[in-house]
Write a protein that binds this ligand. Sequence first.
Ligand SMILES: *Cc1c(COP(=O)(O)O)cnc(C)c1O
Length: 393
Amino acid sequence: MEEPLIERMRVYGETIFAEMTRLAMETGSVNLGQGFPDTDGPRSLLEGASRRVLEGVNQYPPGPGRPELRQAVSRYRARHYGIELDPDSEVYITVGATAGIAAAMLALVERGDEVIVFEPMYDSYAAMITLAGGVRRSVTLRPDAVSGRFTFDPEELRAAVGPRTRMVLVNSPHNPTGTVFTPDELEEIARVCREHDLIAFTDEVYEFLTFDGRPHVPLATLPGMRERTVSVSSVGKMFAVTGWKTGWVMGPEPLVSAVRTVNQFLTFSANGALQLAVADAIDGEWEWVAAQRAALQGKRDRLASGLAAAGFEVNVSEGTYFVMADIRPLGFGSGLDVARALPAGAGVAAVPAQVFYDHQEEGAHLLRFAFCKRDEVLDEAVSRLTAWHGRGA
Ligand SMILES: *Cc1c(COP(=O)(O)O)cnc(C)c1O
């Protein structure tokens, strides 16, 4: 049989994550490649889910999601950001943010439409824009010479807009760079959206994982943006249960309704017992969220200083689970080669950042490390990397 996969999806065949995970397992490496925590979410959340399953919440929930969760989402968005969402028509529950992203691209991007994305980018954006028949126009985030945080050149953003541009996709706090867009950066994006009448799609799954007191500002709160912005967030990063795959799409009714039209034939609905447990946690576990944020900030510092001691140049991470490290001070040029050599050489796994870029040369010298791990795991990784560096890498 000829290659059965449709042509435009063939480039997405084998992901680097699978390869790195396999290498990590073969070598007994500390795996800082994958972005999931190695400790559990709040106890009440876990017990709430088990209780609901035993109580018999095991049949299809309503397609748009349990009203309890839609209302809880509407409440926290109002409380934290002043965004008013009608829980019935402006909040829609999906199988993780991933399904929300997929449904939104398939629902909103017409064949041949262009979508502006910031690279490096989360891997599902590229694949879903392609599956929808859209075309990416990527704007590169680069470390600022002074601050060391990744940011974009507003000129480059404006130059990316063309007659077929339909959407700007914004992920802040940003995976993999850790950048949290400032109000000024968001205003640059908002201006482009308003001037060219574009849809904004925002991925805010790390909304509560910002550090050093930095606020997360949803793009929808900027002037003229609410009516054109559709957003996703999810329980995975909020409560450290990445396997739960329960997310929500938020925005004005016409945009959410478009997403629903597609999603009802993708997954129809998401796990109902989990939705009820998540609704309770959203209302009752803010102290846990604050404590998690503080703990992660400490982990960022722990790993960043360890990587610097091991010879990497470490970029500034303002949020998320990740920090980017430059391998050039160690005398290397190819992150792909280093990432492939690290498990056997050092006993540590990381992800070569170039896989997150359309312009791969922009990220060739960067590795992404995840710090959402127990302190002793981070310390072990650092001591292995330091020893590896000491042996002349
Ligand atoms: C983890 C992650 C997601 C996926 O969220 P799920 O709710 O697990 O589907 C989406 N976007 C970004 C940027 C992520 O890091």
